[in-house]
Design a protein around this ligand. Structure first.
Ligand code: EPZ
Length: 418
């Protein structure tokens, strides 16, 4: 079982390029199913979740291949899709694979995707995805754990999401691109990954307006042609690296990411005492003595739930107290017991974590439980005295490309052990 070993106490310094966005990539890979030819995605991160989505597309019959010339370019050709069924053993590994449902039913008239089921951070139902597709005329059935959606041709409609859902917005928006007529979606997610997908689809010939706002209008077209796209930088990896710089009192520059994608994170770290300068594709952080901050997670442009665990790690060593409230998922505090093992002073009360800053953290063996919890343990380990061993690093590899190499290039004493 692979693990990562960290000797804490080093200030991070230097510059690192952020990898392409995991969550944008997963949606774009599903979107590539809509084109009648081979699309190419560049700046794709090499991650377990990307491999999982590639396996799903391959199982459907699409051709998915990494470019022989560039390890971060992925070609996807859906013309071989013959079997629009995504099996349980693949879907359960990565719930984002549910996003193939919309493109498949729009393109092929029928799709069967296993109900993804819950995961470590919550129940995570897909009712909004199904209600949205039904609003476009899809006949939706759930039997034996398989969702089947079918329609001779989807028809444009009006649908308002009962709650803000990122992949739900993306799934229904993709389906609407090939529906007959106009679709109006309200209460949509505004995340940059929704905007990135809309740009990709528009380049393919889709007629989409309003992506990035809570109201998206799609005029259906007959067909979509394949295109190439450079995937945007990963805003959560960027926020995670900034958090690592903050807790070590370091000085670092991040390139390859749009700072406007992580304004809420920047605002929180500034409130905690960090100096952060922004340019059009880079950020510079200077850590300082940290003070406690409060944060409440919310859909974009609010403070992202995917940065909640990482911010909590930072404030464990701040002067003063912090209250971190998780409003998006019902079980996203599994990093707390592990942070406490490193000496943090945290008390949970429902959806809120009350953190009292401590003068020192001390290294210990800890257990990764989910992707962002793992990142928060790495961040705390960088500032803990002595050695920390983070076990079950496969969680980290789902969403961070060579994270230990990036941190080592910034001066961290960190290594992976098989
Ligand atoms: C996306 O998941 C991200 N994943 C998540 O990132 C992120 O945490 C989440 O958005 C919120 O920002 C990808 O994009 C691949 P939601 P998604 O639907 O779309 C409930 C990471 O760490 N809900 O916006 O699945 C749901 O249970 C991952 O990179 C319904 O009730 O999240 C949750 O409480 C983790 N019914 C809330 O909405 C539905 O039909 C928000 O979930 C859909 C969602």
């Amino acid at each position: 079982m692979e693990r990562i070993v960290v000797q804490g106490g080093r200030r991070l310094a230097g510059s690192v390029r952020v990898s392409g966005s995991k969550n944008a990539t997963l949606a774009l890979m599903a979107g590539a199913l809509l084109a009648d030819g081979e699309s190419r995605l560049r700046n794709v991160p090499r991650l377990r979740d990307v491999d999982a989505m590639a396996q799903i597309l391959d199982a459907l019959g699409a051709r998915v291949a990494w470019s022989p010339d560039d390890p971060h370019t992925l070609a996807i050709d859906p013309r071989g899709v013959h079997n629009p069924e995504a099996p349980y053993d693949l879907v359960r590994k990565m719930r984002a694979s549910f996003m193939v449902l919309g493109p498949l039913v729009a393109r092929f008239g029928v799709a069967r995707v296993s109900e993804p089921g819950g995961c470590a951070i919550g129940v995570r139902p897909v009712d909004q995805h199904l209600k949205g597709l039904a609003a476009l005329g899809a006949k939706v059935r759930l039997e034996h754990g398989i969702v089947e959606a079918s329609a001779a041709r989807l028809t444009g409609g009006r649908f308002s999401f009962d709650l803000v859902t990122v992949n739900g917005t993306q799934n229904v928006m993709m389906a609407a691109c090939l529906a007959a007529g106009e679709t109006v979606l309200e209460n949509c997610a505004r995340e940059p990954e929704v905007v990135e997908l809309a740009q990709f689809l528009s380049r393919m010939g889709a007629e989409i307006s309003g992506a990035g706002s809570d109201r998206i209008v799609v005029r259906g077209v007959e067909r979509l042609r394949p295109v190439a796209l450079d995937v945007c930088g990963d805003r959560i990896e960027a926020g995670t690296l900034l958090a690592a710089g903050a807790i070590t009192g370091g000085e670092l520059e991040l390139t390859g990411v749009d700072p406007s994608h992580l304004e809420a994170t920047v605002e929180k770290l500034r409130a905690a005492g960090c100096e952060i300068d922004l340019a059009y594709d880079r950020l510079r952080l200077r850590g300082a003595e940290l003070r406690g901050v409060d944060a409440v997670t919310a859909p974009f442009p609010g403070f992202p739930t995917d940065m909640q665990a990482q911010l909590m790690a930072v404030v464990t060593k701040a002067v003063g107290s912090s209250v971190i409230t998780e409003t998006v998922f019902e079980n996203r505090f599994m990093h707390v017991p592990e942070l406490i093992r490193l000496g943090a002073d945290i008390r949970l009360a429902g959806r809120a974590a009350h953190v009292r800053g401590v003068a020192r953290l001390s290294g210990a063996p800890v257990m990764a439980t989910d992707l962002r919890a793992s990142a928060s343990l790495l961040i705390a380990a960088l500032a803990a005295e002595g050695e920390t061993v983070v076990n079950r690093v496969y969680h980290i590899d789902r969403g961070y490309e060579r994270i230990e190499a990036k941190l080592a290039s910034l001066g961290a004493a960190i290594r992976r052990e098989v």
